[in-house]
Design a protein around this ligand. Structure first.
Ligand code: MN
Length: 475
């Protein structure tokens, strides 16, 4: 590998890039003992490892960065020699130019050469962030890099391939409130996120990988840069400022990435991050929740589709009150001194302030006043025998668009007779229009009344993924 900058110059236009463009002529010589690693947010995030040699910087682009522990082999791409001046370059290469994107210095230092051949470069790096022996070698698949000898940090713990989530137990607000932190209960899907080398993988509660379903979260991996991490959180779709499980369902179960990208443009989701389980070679599972939380907050994770979900130590009453006012599902109380224990645990208490219930629509009453021409309330039932058992009516929680589209959907389902078993209370049946009981929806409500009706139900949306036969009474 003789030092040669002709490729470097050919790929770049000095008038358009801020990168250094040394004059032609004799190459300056150093002592062949310095290196720089640049984090390069190009189309694909990578780390450029550059070793000073023969008057140039011999360069490798490493997509996931240098491996943090021995025996881990990572891909490296041998790229064109760079001028020595490049070792201090930081800046943004403009759009449309070669290597467009932001470049920052990730580490620099000195190195010692153990072996330098056309197919193998064996060096010991001594930087501020990286120290240790690395071998770049050319195999059948191209160049690779492996760390040799001991890990940089003797206590380094490998990033687990999988982690099982800790689950809350349903219960009441704790009697010793000062021992807990309180969070809003979000109506979405649980997501455990593994980040390595700027790439993330998303796993469902059951451990299935769903990364391709949520392409709008990929940038979170880049925000974490070279850090290794496991995060815990909930993926939520917001509609009108509130979590909407019905909206989220338009995103779930799409495994095809092209299709997922298309739907992501129509139905954005947010990842609400609430726990940090592993970070930079250290498992945090055995740390108390309060310490994990402090480490998470220090990362200041925030982006267009993700942020750290708030947690309020000792403030259970205030969080419950706010949850009610905002029509959220309730509160999760997490013991401040609790370790992260995969599976169901009593250290996390789910205080459900409203309960979700799937229902079958058996009829509707036309609206009055402002709701003239659209529906005023839906009449709801639970399948029982050949018909429906009436469980209440819902007249709130609809957006204007919901009212229009539901009315349109219900009209062709009209029938002459009531699908409900027995008679409805007269004030509910007055002016009622009956429909074939084929539509399933979801409501939330606070409690069952003594005559088995839902008190103050609020509409959440149609559940087009469910059939009436699947609707069950929630306890
Ligand atoms: Mn690069």
């Amino acid at each position: 590998m003789p030092g040669d900058l002709s490729d470097y110059r050919r790929k770049r236009d000095a008038k358009r890039t801020p990168e250094p463009m040394p004059q032609d002529g004799v190459l300056p010589h150093g002592n062949d003992d310095t290196f720089v690693i640049q984090e390069h947010h190009a189309r694909q995030l990578h780390w450029d490892v550059r070793l000073e040699r023969g008057g140039v910087l011999v360069s490798f682009a490493v997509p996931k960065g240098l491996p943090p522990e021995p025996k881990v082999v990572r891909m490296a791409v041998h790229t064109e020699d760079h001028p020595l001046e490049y070792a201090t370059f930081e800046g943004v290469i403009p759009k449309g130019e070669y290597g467009a994107g932001k470049m920052t210095i990730w580490d620099r230092g000195t190195y010692e050469t153990l072996k330098w051949k056309d197919t193998e470069v064996d060096v010991v790096l001594r930087g501020e962030r990286v120290r240790g022996r690395f071998t770049f070698f050319k195999g059948g698949e191209g160049w690779m890099v492996v760390r040799r000898g001991a890990p940089q940090d003797p206590g380094w713990e490998s990033l687990p391939e999988q982690l099982e989530p800790m689950l809350a137990t349903v219960g009441e607000m704790p009697g010793d409130p000062e021992k807990y932190a309180y969070e809003f209960k979000w109506d979405g899907v649980r997501a455990l996120v593994r980040v390595e080398g700027g790439r993330l993988q998303i796993f469902s509660r059951a451990g299935n990988e769903v990364t391709a379903t949520y392409p709008d979260l990929a940038e979170l991996g880049k925000q974490l840069g070279s850090a290794q991490a496991w995060l815990d959180g909930e993926i939520v779709a917001f509609a009108g400022g509130k979590p909407s499980f019905a909206e989220l369902q338009k995103r779930m179960h799409i495994g095809n990435s092209a299709q997922a990208r298309k739907v992501a443009g129509q139905v954005p989701v947010s990842l609400l991050i609430f726990d940090l389980l592993h970070f930079e070679g250290r498992s945090l599972l055995r740390l108390p929740f309060a310490d994990r939380r402090a480490l998470l907050e220090k990362l200041e994770l925030r982006g267009p589709n993700w942020y750290t979900s708030p947690s309020y130590p000792g403030a259970g009453d205030a969080v419950l009150k706010a949850s009610r006012e905002q029509g959220l599902e309730g509160v999760i109380a997490k013991r401040l001194d609790s370790r992260y224990v995969p599976g169901r645990s009593t250290a996390w208490i789910k205080v459900a302030d409203v309960r979700p219930q799937e229902v079958v629509i058996g009829g509707w009453r036309p609206g009055e006043g402002r709701r003239e021409g659209v529906l005023g309330a839906l009449l709801l039932g639970i399948p029982e025998g050949d018909g429906l058992r009436f469980v209440g009516s819902v007249g709130t929680g609809f957006s204007d668009a919901d009212l229009e589209s539901l009315t349109e959907t219900l009209r062709p389902l009209a029938r002459k007779t009531s699908p409900f078993n027995g008679k409805l209370p007269p004030e509910r049946a007055r002016g009622a229009k009956w429909v074939e009981p084929t539509l399933v929806g979801e409501v939330v409500f606070r409690i069952w009344t003594p005559d088995n009706r839902m008190r103050a139900p609020v509409w959440r949306g149609l559940r087009s993924d469910k059939s009436p036969g699947e609707v069950r009474l929630n306890g």
